[in-house]
Design a protein around this ligand. Structure first.
Ligand code: NIG
Ligand code: FE
Length: 397
């Protein structure tokens, strides 16, 4: 088993709540990585002792001197759509001069994805994984949804499963053009043959519950079919206008409802009284010029909030969790600590994972050493590459 000792950490975000601080902040801290897990975490004199003891025993444990910099848990990006062909830079360009975002653009990516070979999609995906690691993301979810035939959805789920355990079946992304006049037949296909093909590669079932995509009744049926196939539900809802996505997610016990841009008081109350996380995706509002969701309102009501990138070629072509943190602070009323928590522990909650998103003995050794003295700098210095070193499962990536 390989061990690594990180010493001289100026500020360590553990996300193990301590004295009312959800970030469980430690100063002058050290972390021992043992294999793919965290072996020990501590600070002050206790850390000095462990460091001195390891030095005396001369086990050859590599020591990384953090130089007083900050360390945080690896980002947990609980919402991406990373298996696709082509891009839609032309739509982005048009949006920036006033053309509104329309979910119909999804069909263009469906055409490009169907035309791509497995190896092309796999190579693109490998590039995205490198991109995620470089920016400090060590756990990520990937959705299907750009195939929309049984064979294409199956291959997207299969390719996603090659790089993550968090695969989401999103056959109900939009109704594909060939079913435009027969939407019931498409919902039947999703609930039956498509789910049977995709469930073996997937953990989650998702649906885009929104005007222009799927109605609440269709969404309920699709999620229930997914649950019957052993998948756990999550929902895209309340992105483009107020709708039933949030209430449906809460009623179905979904792990998360994502977007949450347009909420009424009942939605907020329902979320606050549930185990459903509100996952906010500020990259979407950034690149569609829509209003940002009100994170402050949700947090003040007691809702658990996560931040994710929604990386996809249409509404948010960024995989940068540091950017999400900066936007959440600048535009959504979150404090820097709340935003960093939401991008790490919050993402873990949204994926119902208790082995990532925090730094404590037994957790995955997923850590980010920042080129900054505190986590606040992630929001304070937007656009600056502050991710210095990343360990995923104890291995430097
Ligand atoms: O989460 N909202 C639905 N799906 C994606 C957008 C996909 C696209 O435009 O290609 C989203 O924003
Ligand atoms: Fe999405």
């Amino acid at each position: 088993m390989t061990t690594t000792l990180l010493t001289n950490i100026g500020e360590l975000t553990t996300n193990v709540e301590r004295d009312g601080d959800p970030c469980g902040t430690l100063h002058d801290a050290a972390v021992l990585i043992e294999g793919d897990r965290i072996g020990w975490v501590g600070s002050g004199a206790e850390a000095d002792d462990v460091v001195a003891r390891l030095a005396r025993s001369d086990t050859g444990t590599p020591v990384v001197d953090a130089g007083g910099r900050a360390v945080i848990p690896g980002f947990v990006d609980s919402h991406t759509h990373l298996v696709f062909g082509g891009d839609r830079a032309d739509e982005f360009e048009a949006r920036m001069t006033g053309t509104p975002y329309a979910a119909g653009g999804i069909r263009r990516t469906v055409a490009a994805t169907r035309a791509a070979t497995d190896d092309e999609l796999r190579a693109r995906l490998a590039g995205f994984v490198t991109e995620l690691h470089r920016q400090g993301t060590t756990t990520f979810e990937i959705k299907t949804g750009y195939g929309l035939t049984v064979a294409d959805e199956e291959r997207l789920a299969r390719l996603a499963a090659e790089v993550t355990a968090e695969v989401t079946f999103l056959g109900a992304h939009v109704v594909p053009v060939e079913y435009a006049e027969r939407r019931d037949a498409y919902v039947d296909l999703v609930c039956d043959e498509m789910l049977r093909a995709c469930a073996p590669h997937s953990r989650w079932v998702d649906v885009f519950c929104e005007r222009g995509a799927f109605t609440a009744a269709e969404s309920r049926r699709i999620l229930a079919a997914g649950v019957a196939h052993g998948l756990e539900p999550r929902v895209h809802g309340n992105q483009l206008g107020h709708g039933e996505g949030v209430s449906l997610a809460v009623a179905m016990g979904a792990a998360s409802v994502d977007h949450c841009t347009y909420l009424d008081d009942d939605d907020v109350t329902a979320l606050a009284g549930s185990d459903t996380v509100a996952t906010l995706l500020p990259g979407v509002e950034f690149s569609t010029r829509q209003p940002y969701p009100d994170a402050r309102r949700l947090i003040d009501a007691g809702v658990t909030v996560a931040l994710a990138s929604d990386c996809n070629p249409g509404s948010s072509f960024t995989s940068s969790m540091p950017l999400m943190v900066a936007l959440a602070v600048r535009e959504m009323g979150m404090t820097p600590s709340e935003a960093v928590w939401a991008a790490t522990a919050g993402g873990a909650r949204a994926l119902r994972r208790d082995d990532v998103g925090a730094l404590a003995p037994g957790m995955h050794a997923d850590l980010v050493l920042l080129d900054a003295p505190t986590r606040v700098h992630l929001a304070y210095r937007p656009g600056v590459p502050l991710v210095r070193t990343v360990w995923a499962g104890g291995v430097q990536v």
